[in-house]
Design a protein around this ligand. Structure first.
Ligand code: SF4
Length: 208
């Protein structure tokens, strides 16, 4: 992806994001609660993991997640933002240098510093749901299931007696995203890693 594309129409939408903050927080709170409940049945704790999922190249697809991460970004001190922007830039360059199709390179998310997420409260949806067995009913009716992450498997094998039902959480985020897009007039599809999101923040003119 060319992250210097100035055509990205986000500035006006950013000005109209504020009313969506509490509503998105409610959606994320429900996710967090559901995750804790299922993880708690296994006593699964996500910490000190060498095979860190923050190295997974997750793509995010909603403007709400983009603007919410930015909402947290604005609260960081200037010096911190500069360091993280440089880390994000490095990750994007490393990814852009890869041959097409070779996207398995596992670079740490630029927001993971010494094992902790710098914008934990503002992290995207998949960062909240990853790691434990789950089920998802897709809009076309197909049901997909997923097992836990490698750390989960090491501790609990193929156990799946408690499963995180992702469907209502995906649905709640998708519905809010649709409303937001209609309100602000954004139609383009979005597919970005956290590193790409951070580099895009420069277009919101608040990185200095
Ligand atoms: S946003 Fe935070 S939780 Fe998500 S991958 Fe990056 S460091 Fe990890």
């Amino acid at each position: 992806m060319n992250v210097s594309d100035p055509a990205f129409p986000i500035r006006q939408a950013a000005d109209r994001f504020a009313p969506y903050v509490p509503r998105l927080q409610a959606v994320f709170s429900a996710m967090d609660l559901a995750y804790v409940e299922v993880a708690g049945t296994y006593r699964f704790r996500c910490s000190g993991c060498e095979d860190n999922c923050c190295r997974t190249r997750f793509h995010h697809h909603t403007y709400l997640e983009f603007f919410y991460l930015h909402h947290g970004w604005e609260k960081l001190e200037k010096q911190r933002r500069e360091i993280l922007m440089s880390r994000a830039d490095d990750v994007c360059r490393a990814m852009d240098a890869l041959a097409p199709g070779r996207d398995t390179h596992r670079r740490m998310c630029p927001l993971n510093v010494d094992g902790l997420c710098e914008l934990y409260e503002h992290r995207p949806m998949i960062c909240r749901l990853h790691g434990i067995p789950h089920v998802l009913q897709r809009p076309d009716g197909r049901k997909t299931t997923g097992s836990g992450c490698d750390a989960f498997h090491r501790h609990y094998g193929d156990r799946s007696d408690a499963v995180l039902e992702r469907t209502p959480h995906y649905g709640a985020l998708a519905a809010l995203e649709q409303e937001f897009r209609r309100t602000v007039g954004l139609a383009d599809k979005l597919k970005m890693t956290v590193a790409e999101m951070i580099v895009r923040f420069t277009f919101l003119c608040i990185t200095h």
